[in-house]
Design a protein around this ligand. Structure first.
Ligand SMILES: Cc1cc2nc3c(=O)[nH]c(=O)nc-3n(C[C@H](O)[C@H](O)[C@H](O)COP(=O)(O)OP(=O)(O)OC[C@H]3O[C@@H](n4cnc5c(N)ncnc54)[C@H](O)[C@@H]3O)c2cc1C
Ligand SMILES: *[C@@H]1O[C@H](CO)[C@@H](O)[C@H](O)[C@H]1NC(C)=O
Ligand SMILES: *[C@@H]1O[C@H](CO)[C@@H](O)[C@H](O)[C@H]1NC(C)=O
Ligand SMILES: *[C@@H]1O[C@H](CO)[C@@H](O)[C@H](O)[C@H]1NC(C)=O
Ligand SMILES: *[C@@H]1O[C@H](CO)[C@@H](O)[C@H](O)[C@H]1NC(C)=O
Ligand SMILES: *[C@@H]1O[C@H](CO)[C@@H](O)[C@H](O)[C@H]1NC(C)=O
Length: 607
């Protein structure tokens, strides 16, 4: 428990002023009709969506928007109108009432520590509890999605940018604030559609203590300052928060795609668990669901057009596996009849990883400039300034790390007996990743700037791939989450380089007069000792799990095709974080909104 609390403290640190802020008190929201009893569910809908989370509500809203199609969303968790959610308060990270209670298995290369797996459990899913950072990855990273998808893929930067613009409504900072803090943005990369209610906005306040930190970072060798990160480049930049531009409340899938929408053709039932997908041959016809504890009579509902699984990276592979779609050996062990042997279901699992490095000033603090324009502190819900950096800028030894990775046998650090398609997929990932590592426009490190020294270093790309599978002994219980963190030693090399980069930054001449001192682990901890410290302290997740139903060809260990339909099936697709084949070097929510918007066009196009 103590360990977990320490971790929560680090998480809270990411959100900086989050805990201090007490945003304007939200009032009760209106919301669409919510069903709670299975008897209220009709026999048939055009679309049945599993999970009322970030992607699920986006897809449900857009598919029901013109009144042509009926949509049912089935959600395991409850609809909770809690002002703490809207205020972005720290409680949302730790309250068992709004998150799942899942812990990873012990991580061998992390001194056998386990990790709490945080995902949201309420209508809105993880967007209801996240840190509200609104960023996207770089162009070359998404071009990698297309490369892994194969020739003709439209999931490259040019093919997805219109959906980022559609998914998120950008609201610029107020002029005084922008001027005082040099906040710039790229208007060509953002959208402002009137019908889009997922907002990216700025608080009215920034901490002036950020200014000396910004200056020192801007002088780091190789550092660039793009207008912002939305245009697909790495560097030092300001970024918005997912919040309402007027009320400064959390803007999430519920406020954007559910609240205030009253349509007869859009229904949500809460507190029910989808147990499996129903098939006629390999054509999905509906789903089977029951109350959470399974005590009610099992119900079924039919989908005339399509079943869409949006249960998130942790539960989507479970639902597929329980439906007989997954690695054959695992299904056999669990006594589940195999409908389709798709080895990639639950594999390829990736997440961002981070560490806190302690610093203090031993000789005063850098002077904080007086800033005229300063609004209301309580409008700040999270960090708005960060450095997103490629490996060639992080360390002069970048080529050594890349060559070491390039020389690896693709199967060497995968689970023993991995299916040949998983190995082939990893080989393609490795080849792509070598290219990404050599490119300064890949976000390898995210360092959120704060008004104080030290802080958090985040590895935004990992080469160790994990698994999320059903427990064959208890398939309906929570799945077994295995990050396999640091199983590939190159992840240790990269994290060590990230820490050394922060040390160089803290050693900037601008800071010298104030005597920056590393309190933990301490600058004498280097080389193998630093690697050991990383094993003891790494948090293998920044709560951005992806890839357990990756969009890749079947023969490359993929689960869904370019149109997000599950390989080998009809009328069954996956739309959520699990389809990302490769991490964007950015927190994942805007990418999830983007891919959900693109999915809607793909789904509509096949009707
Ligand atoms: C603590 C935390 C902090 C984060 N911070 C940030 C951040 O600052 N910025 C950022 O960009 N991203 C952040 N993220 C990540 C981001 O929120 C997620 O990537 C994104 O919300 C995932 O969306 P999703 O649709 O894939 O899954 P979710 O939004 O998690 O939705 C899945 C839904 O499916 C439901 N479900 C699951 N199984 C079943 C079943 N069997 N039957 C019925 N329903 C089911 C779940 O209850 C849930 O509602 C954070 C995430 C967390 C958890
Ligand atoms: C979480 O699960 C563990 C067992 O896995 C259990 O001991 C604990 O009580 C649960 N916590 C909550 C809040 O349900
Ligand atoms: C803003 O940019 C100008 C010119 O590049 C620079 O002189 C100034 O210090 C910057 N201000 C802040 C707050 O970073
Ligand atoms: C819902 O409608 C009410 C009344 O018009 C409004 O005050 C509120 O802001 C709306 N909520 C959302 C999330 O749009
Ligand atoms: C069945 O499950 C529901 C939802 O979890 C619960 O509210 C109800 O009390 C349960 N009924 C019985 C008889 O256990
Ligand atoms: C810090 O700077 C000093 C002086 O410029 C230099 O001698 C030292 O090697 C630097 N240390 C690190 C860790 O970069």
């Amino acid at each position: 428990m103590a360990v977990f609390l320490t971790r929560l403290a680090s998480i809270a640190a990411i959100s900086l002023t989050l805990l201090e802020s007490s945003l304007a008190r939200p009032t009760t929201l209106q919301y669409a009709k919510v069903l709670q009893r299975a008897e209220q569910v009709k026999e048939e809908y055009d679309y049945v969506i599993v999970g009322a989370g970030t992607a699920g509500l986006t897809v449900a809203d857009r598919l029901s928007e013109d009144g042509k199609y009926s949509v049912l969303v089935i959600e395991y968790c409850h609809l909770i109108s809690d002002e703490v959610i809207l205020a972005g308060g720290g409680r949302s990270f730790s309250d068992p009432g709004i998150r799942y209670n899942i812990t990873s298995i012990p991580q061998e290369d992390m001194a056998n520590r386990r990790q709490q797996v945080l995902i949201g459990c309420c209508v809105g899913g993880s967007s209801a509890i996240n840190g509200m950072v609104m960023v996207r990855g770089t162009a070359i990273e998404y071009d990698g999605w297309a490369e892994l998808g194969g020739p003709g893929s439209t999931w490259n930067w040019d093919g997805i940018l219109p959906y980022f613009k559609k998914a998120i409504h950008f609201n610029p900072p107020n002029e005084d604030l922008a001027e005082a803090f040099n906040i710039t943005w790229d208007p060509n990369a953002w959208g402002q559609e009137a019908k889009t209610h997922i907002h990216a906005s700025f608080p009215t306040y920034q901490n002036p203590a950020l200014i000396p930190m910004y200056k020192a970072m801007s002088k780091m060798p190789g550092m660039v300052i793009p207008k912002d990160g939305a245009g697909g480049k790495s560097g030092l930049f300001w970024f918005p928060t997912s919040m309402d531009p007027v009320k400064f409340w959390r803007s999430y899938s519920r406020t954007g795609h559910y609240d205030n929408i009253t349509r007869d053709n859009y229904e949500v039932i809460t507190l029910h668990k989808v147990q499996k997908i129903l098939f006629d041959g390999t054509t999905a016809t509906g789903v089977q669901f029951a109350t959470r504890d399974g005590n009610s009579t099992v119900q079924t509902v039919k989908a005339r057009k399509e079943v869409i699984i949006s249960a998130g990276t942790v539960h989507t592979p479970q639902i597929l596996q329980l439906s007989g779609i997954g690695p054959k050996a695992l299904l056999d062990e669990a006594n589940i009849p195999v409908l389709l042997n798709i080895p990639g279901v639950g594999q390829n699992f990736q997440d961002h990883a981070y560490l806190s490095v302690g610093y203090s000033w031993s000789n005063g603090t850098p002077p904080v400039p007086v800033v005229e324009a300063n609004g209301d502190r309580s409008t700040v819900a999270g960090p708005n300034l960060g450095a997103w950096i490629g490996l060639p800028v992080i360390t002069p030894e970048w080529e050594d790390i890349v060559s070491r990775y390039e020389a690896q046998d693709p199967a060497q650090f995968l689970p023993a007996n991995s299916d040949p398609t998983i190995v082939a997929g990893y080989a393609a990932f490795q080849k792509l990743h070598v290219k990404l590592l050599r490119d300064r426009d890949t976000n390898l490190l995210w360092y959120p700037l704060q008004g104080m020294p030290g802080g958090i270093v985040m590895s935004m790309h990992v080469v160790s791939h994990g698994t999320i599978n059903i427990d064959p002994a208890n398939p309906n219980a929570e799945p077994i989450v295995d990050y396999r963190a640091l199983s590939n030693p190159v992840d240790l090399d990269i994290m060590a380089a990230n820490i050394e980069f922060m040390r160089k930054y803290m050693n900037s001449s601008d800071f010298a007069p104030y005597g920056p001192r590393e309190t933990f682990p301490g600058t004498s901890v280097t080389g193998e000792a630093l690697r050991e410290w990383i094993r003891q302290n790494l948090i293998p997740t920044n709560f951005h799990p992806i890839a357990t139903a990756a969009k890749k060809p079947l023969e490359m260990g993929g689960v869904v095709g370019e149109d997000l339909r599950v390989h080998g099936t009809e009328r069954l697709s996956v739309v959520d974080g699990s389809i990302m084949p490769l991490l964007p070097g950015a927190n994942t929510q805007s990418t999830v909104y983007m891919l959900a918007e693109k999915a809607v066009d793909l789904i509509k196009a096949r009707q």
